[in-house]
Design a protein around this ligand. Sequence first.
Ligand SMILES: *[C@@H]1O[C@H](CO)[C@@H](O)[C@H](O)[C@H]1NC(C)=O
Ligand SMILES: *[C@@H]1O[C@H](CO)[C@@H](O)[C@H](O)[C@H]1NC(C)=O
Ligand SMILES: *[C@@H]1O[C@H](CO)[C@@H](O)[C@H](O)[C@H]1NC(C)=O
Ligand SMILES: *[C@@H]1O[C@H](CO)[C@@H](O)[C@H](O)[C@H]1NC(C)=O
Ligand SMILES: *[C@@H]1O[C@H](CO)[C@@H](O)[C@H](O)[C@H]1NC(C)=O
Length: 381
Amino acid sequence: MLFSARRLFVPTLTASLLLPGVSFAEDAKSRAGTALDALQVWYNTTSGLWDTVGWWNGANCMTTIADLAALDPSVMKTADFVFNNTFLNAPSSNPNPGPETRTNTKRDGLLPRTNYAGNSSDWLDSAYDDDGWWALAWIAAYDVTEENSYLNLAEGIFASLADTWGTRCGNGGIYWSTSSSYINAITNELFLSIAAHLANRVPSRKEFYVSWAQKEWNWFAAQGFIAANHTINDGLTDSCENNAQTVWSYNQGVVLGGLVELNKAAPNSSYLESANKIAKAAIETLADTSGVIHESCEPDNCQPDATVFKGVFIRNLQMLQSVSPRDIYKKTINDCANSIWKNDRNSENELGVVWSGPVVSTVDPSTQSSAMDALVAAIAV
Ligand SMILES: *[C@@H]1O[C@H](CO)[C@@H](O)[C@H](O)[C@H]1NC(C)=O
Ligand SMILES: *[C@@H]1O[C@H](CO)[C@@H](O)[C@H](O)[C@H]1NC(C)=O
Ligand SMILES: *[C@@H]1O[C@H](CO)[C@@H](O)[C@H](O)[C@H]1NC(C)=O
Ligand SMILES: *[C@@H]1O[C@H](CO)[C@@H](O)[C@H](O)[C@H]1NC(C)=O
Ligand SMILES: *[C@@H]1O[C@H](CO)[C@@H](O)[C@H](O)[C@H]1NC(C)=O
């Protein structure tokens, strides 16, 4: 994220009048900025979260804002305010802090709350994937602020997750939650992505994070998560096989960003080869004939979680596009962003779950931030 921000040429008004490509980028920025204003109507300064959606959705709203700030410095003031306020206040909104529901965890010594928001234990709840989303959110905030307390949080969250590394399938992997032995793709993709991101941001522990990222990826690729057609399903059965559950878009996404970062930290051509296979298979599986990505739960059964997934996919597809560009990725990002703006937006600039439109069912910060991820990605391509 930081890397694309630093590479980006920020055009002057004069340049934008002369270059059609640039004026399109300006247009993409103004769409994303408008969507941000609508998102912030839900931001609650007391809770540090976005009203009507839950804890982990907050991490994704924050990531979306950080990604926009990396491309558009004019939203930095809003972004800084959110990071700072959420850092201080969100821990008291953590719905499930502490050890009470932890049956299979090594975190039993954890105290319910500390008096210091910078203590990563306050950001853990009983779902390991929730922890992972917050780690990535704080890394995204670090990328645009260079605030070390944000990076420290991500490192602390990572350490707690690494403590839960298991042995049930293939002698590795992380469970979904403290009270479940389900091994799902998302939790492990998040772990890969956090480790790989940290490898590129904490020079003194680079080898440590590279080795965790490689350990997770080697393990992940050797399990049954990835089907013969390169799509990734939800998780493993009790006997450690592909459970043939839904091909959710976010499971085709988080792994891409993880592999992009891992390839940057410890280059190996197989990482981007794998990422490209997964990205292409995802687009083939999830895009409609107009190039717009869909979730199988649309339109009515995606709340409260799956409403976020497509944005996560596009956000990570853009990361892949930034290092391994393909026309089909650029087209997918633009098709989604253009369709959202044209077909899936109401008069309040609220964005719905069905990107081909029309705006249906609940519109909330999860549908908003997810669609906004596509608007943000369109700035960068
Ligand atoms: C904002 O968050 C506070 C603290 O969680 C809560 O009491 C309040 O109801 C929230 N406001 C709205 C409008 O939901
Ligand atoms: C948040 O803002 C307060 C007050 O301006 C400041 O003291 C504090 O250092 C900031 N914290 C972070 C993490 O930026
Ligand atoms: C963070 O909180 C944990 C448990 O609540 C505590 O054991 C630890 O000492 C705290 N760390 C810091 C640096 O305050
Ligand atoms: C590159 O990664 C692949 C897959 O993880 C591995 O089999 C191979 O040994 C690696 N190559 C090098 C040169 O490390
Ligand atoms: C790939 O396989 C998955 C599950 O096995 C299936 O849902 C998906 O439709 C397939 N994709 C294509 C492009 O055939």
